[in-house]
Design a protein around this ligand. Structure first.
Ligand code: SF4
Ligand code: SF4
Ligand code: SF4
Length: 453
């Protein structure tokens, strides 16, 4: 009698089991690689990663591509087969976290997650200090860090947080929206927090900060732990459910993206959602939706904005920069036009300013590599700044705290590649300025490059 032969699963089968992606659908059109901002730094292009999986070539696990991907979501947005290439690379990251081909990125991810789990929210000064010591570079970025501390952009003390045991529900008549500032808006993105709160209040909205919110895990979580990457955002949505609200606004692009991706995976991956439910240990009902700051501002009618303008931005040419995660991939973010969003341009016009045409408005600035691979991030950032300037912009408007820091704070160090500086402000700072809101709401002094407005 012949014995049943068991064969080990192929790489493609393992990838499909973990990510639900059928890599055999790839037909090597190379659109993913053509749009990849990191292609010049990779040892395997995204289409070559897919081919290696089809060929059962396990050496792909050791490719630098796995750990250098900036998670910009361009390749999956453009893939005609809707293949989630960064999701597949995340699977390889989780499998190789302790033997990573690019140890700096893995070290950053692990240190970030340890920091977020210990404090509940990321303590940036502690994170940078620990990373610098582990890498034997105690003075790395010390000048930039001290300047940010001086401007109140980095906190010296941690912000401990734990999800509360009980939550007071809102009055049934309340129109309040739950507000998730995320770690950045409590530190490096404080100007976004101050100006967004001020603008929402001026426009008649009401934000209620989620009590005891915790870090959403952002980019490091999905490279380290697939369950935590979904459970951390949903832990916050579970608190929002107890508040009795139907909507959460998360202005930070990285937080918004993580929330939307978590909801997407929770709804589409039953085995994963079971693990998440047991990690949450909550009666989570999936009853709250999430939007970003631009989504919220898009619900405000034009007249309501125009009638509040006291100081029109007359003659101000503005390059509106969206970055990656507010819009990509549209199957997750729900963006109407992932490659050419126009929400900020509308606001700039209503404020009396002039939006400039700007080809790199959804390019990646390398924010996820800004700590582990500063030179690569600076190269990507320089292309965006130069393009904005070439199109006549006086200023760049953003809606992401990571983009703001990356585009603004690094400029003083880039005098060899840039012969100009250009201010980078949040769109809500421009609104606060045009509405004539108090200086502390405009928070212009938080930027490295003086806007002089
Ligand atoms: S875009 Fe999609 S189908 Fe085309 S090569 Fe890349 S992964 Fe394959
Ligand atoms: S997510 Fe961005 S950086 Fe990563 S492979 Fe895709 S296009 Fe390249
Ligand atoms: S910080 Fe840079 S990398 Fe991150 S979302 Fe913004 S544009 Fe993309």
């Amino acid at each position: 009698m012949s014995e049943a032969k068991t064969t080990a699963p192929t790489l493609a089968e393992k990838v499909e089991k973990a990510t639900h992606q059928n890599t055999y659908l790839c037909y090597q059109c190379k659109r993913c690689s053509a749009g990849c901002p990191m292609a010049e730094h990779f040892d395997k292009l995204p289409n070559e990663v897919m081919l290696a999986i089809q060929n059962d070539d396990n050496s792909i696990m050791n490719s630098k591509t796995v750990w250098l991907c900036a998670s910009c979501q361009t390749c999956n947005t453009r893939c005609p087969q809707s293949l989630d290439i960064p999701g597949i690379l995340d699977y390889f990251r989780q499998e190789t976290i302790n033997s990573a081909s690019v140890p700096e990125t893995a070290r950053f991810f692990k240190t970030f997650m340890r920091n977020a789990r210990f404090f509940g929210r990321v303590y940036e000064a502690g994170l940078m200090g620990e990373l610098n010591l582990r890498e034997g570079k105690p003075l790395r970025d010390i000048g930039m860090g001290l300047n940010m501390i001086r401007r109140g952009k980095i906190r010296l003390t941690p912000d401990f947080a734990r999800a509360p045991k009980t939550v007071s529900p809102q009055r049934p008549s309340s129109k309040a929206i739950a507000y998730y500032p995320g770690c950045s808006l409590h530190s490096t993105g404080k100007a976004f927090d101050l100006s967004f709160r001020g603008v929402v209040g001026e426009l008649g909205g009401e934000l209620k900060e989620i009590p005891g919110w915790v870090c959403c895990g952002t980019t490091p979580s999905h490279g380290v732990d697939a369950v935590a990457a979904v459970a951390l955002p949903l832990k916050n949505l579970a608190i929002a459910e107890k508040m009795g609200v139907g909507k959460v606004v998360a202005p930070c692009a990285a937080c918004f993206s993580r929330f939307q991706a978590a909801l997407h995976h929770y709804r589409s991956d039953a085995p994963l959602s079971e693990k998440v439910d047991s990690a949450l240990n909550e009666n989570y009902r999936d009853a709250v939706s999430v939007e970003n700051a631009l989504d919220w501002l898009s619900t405000v009618d034009s007249d309501s904005i125009v009638k509040r303008v006291k100081r029109p931005l007359k003659g101000l040419k503005v390059a509106c920069y969206y970055g990656c995660l507010l819009t990509r991939p549209p199957s997750v973010t729900g963006a109407d036009d992932a490659e050419n969003p126009t929400q900020m341009e509308r606001i700039v016009r209503l404020l009396g300013g002039e939006p400039v045409d700007f080809g790199r408005k959804t390019d990646c600035c390398g924010g996820s590599l800004a700590v582990s691979h500063v030179q690569i991030a600076k190269g990507l950032t320089a292309k965006i700044l130069i393009d904005a300037k070439r199109h006549g912009a006086d200023i760049i408007a953003v809606a992401c705290p990571l983009c703001q820091v990356n585009l603004d704070e690094r400029q003083p160090e880039m005098s060899t590649s840039l012969d100009f500086t250009i201010p980078v402000l949040y769109i809500t700072q421009l609104m606060a300025l045009a509405f004539g809101l108090p200086r502390e709401t405009q928070a212009l002094e938080q930027s490295a490059i003086n806007a002089d407005l």
